[in-house]
Design a protein around this ligand. Structure first.
Ligand SMILES: Nc1nc2c(ncn2[C@@H]2O[C@H](COP(=O)(O)OP(=O)(O)OP(=O)(O)O)[C@@H](O)[C@H]2O)c(=O)[nH]1
Ligand SMILES: [Mg+2]
Length: 253
C-alpha cells in the first residue's frame, strides 16, 4: 500500500488579499519556504513532498504516523503566518490514496473557510509496516540539453517539458499513477500497480505522438526515499547503455 498526504494552507486565498493584496514576491517566498520546510520534515522520515500547486502539496508519506503529521502542523503554526491542514489516505494505487486523503480533508470544511484550521483528517494510515510498499518511476527526457536547453529559448524549452508532463499525466492517471514535475527535465511518478509493459507503452506512445524521447528508472521499496533512489540508479544504468532501454527496474540496493 502507498500512503499519501495532502497538505493544504488554511484559508490561503482570503489571506493573500486581506486587508489588501499582499506583494506577489512575498507570497512566492512564503510558498517556496513552506515547501522546503515541509519537505525537510517529511524527508526526515523517508517521505517525499511534491510542490503540486504550492498552496496544495501532495506527499508520499509511508512511514509517517499521526503524531508525525501533527508535529509538522504545530511547527508550521509556530513559525509561519499561516496554518496547514492535512488529509491522509492509503490505498493500492497512488491516485486512490490521494483521493481518499482529499475527501477526508474536504469533509472537514473548505480550503477558504475561516472556520477550518489545522485539521488532520485521516481516512486511513498504513498500520502494519509489512503492508508498506512504494513503486516510483523517475522519468527523464532524453538529451534535453542537446535538443532543447542549448538550442531553444528558455521559455520554449519549458513549454516542451510542460507538454511532455501533460501527456505523461494524462496517460499515467488512467492507470492510477500520479506524475509530478521535479525540476529540469525530470518527473517522478508514484505508480504502485503499474506494470513495466504499461509504462514502456506509455513512453513509446509519447515518442510517437509528440517526438519527445523519455526513459524511466523504476524503484520498489517500503518507503518513497529508497524507491526514488533505486529509480535514480535505474536511470543511470539506462544512460550507461546510451538510452537504448526505455525502462530499468531496480528492486534491491
Ligand atoms: N530534480 C532533478 N533534476 C535533475 C536530476 N538530474 C538532472 N536534473 C536536471 O535535469 C537537467 C537535464 O539533465 P539530464 O537529463 O542529465 O541531461 P540530458 O541532456 O537530458 O541527458 P540524458 O538524460 O542523459 O539524455 C539537468 O541540467 C538538471 O537541471 C535529478 O536527479 N533530479
Ligand atoms: Mg535528460
Amino acid at each position: 500500500m502507498i500512503q499519501m498526504t495532502l497538505i493544504q494552507i488554511d484559508n490561503y486565498g482570503p489571506w493573500t488579499v486581506t486587508p489588501r493584496p499582499r506583494t506577489e514576491s512575498d507570497l512566492q517566498i512564503l510558498q517556496a519556504e513552506l515547501f522546503a520546510d515541509v519537505q525537510r520534515q517529511i524527508a526526515a522520515k523517508k517521505g517525499l513532498v511534491f510542490f503540486t500547486r504550492f498552496d496544495n502539496l501532495l506527499a508520499v508519506t509511508n512511514g509517517l504516523n499521526e503524531e508525525d503529521h501533527m508535529r509538522i502542523q504545530r511547527s508550521i503554526r509556530n513559525r509561519y503566518p499561516i496554518t496547514i491542514s492535512m488529509g491522509v489516505g492509503a490505498a493500492e494505487t497512488a491516485h486512490e490514496a490521494q483521493r481518499l486523503a482529499t475527501i477526508a480533508l474536504q469533509k472537514e470544511g473548505g480550503a477558504q473557510s475561516s472556520g477550518r484550521k489545522e485539521i488532520l483528517a485521516i481516512n486511513n494510515l498504513i498500520e502494519n509496516p509489512e503492508d508498506s510498499f512504494v513503486q516510483a518511476a523517475h522519468i527523464d527526457i532524453n538529451s534535453v540539453t542537446e535538443t532543447l536547453t542549448d538550442i531553444e529559448s528558455a521559455f520554449d524549452t519549458s513549454f516542451m517539458v510542460n507538454k511532455a508532463q501533460h501527456y505523461l499525466m494524462t496517460k499515467l492517471r488512467e492507470k492510477g499513477a500520479l506524475l509530478f514535475f521535479i525540476g529540469g527535465d525530470n518527473f517522478m511518478s508514484p505508480c504502485n500497480g503499474l506494470s513495466e509493459e504499461d509504462l514502456t507503452n506509455i513512453l513509446k506512445e509519447i515518442d510517437e505522438e509528440i517526438g519527445i524521447g523519455l526513459k524511466a528508472g523504476i524503484g520498489r521499496a517500503d518507503n518513497m526515499e529508497d524507491a526514488a533512489y533505486m529509480a535514480d540508479i535505474g536511470l543511470e544504468i539506462i544512460r550507461e547503455g546510451n538510452n537504448k532501454e526505455w525502462i530499468h527496474v531496480i528492486e534491491e540496493l
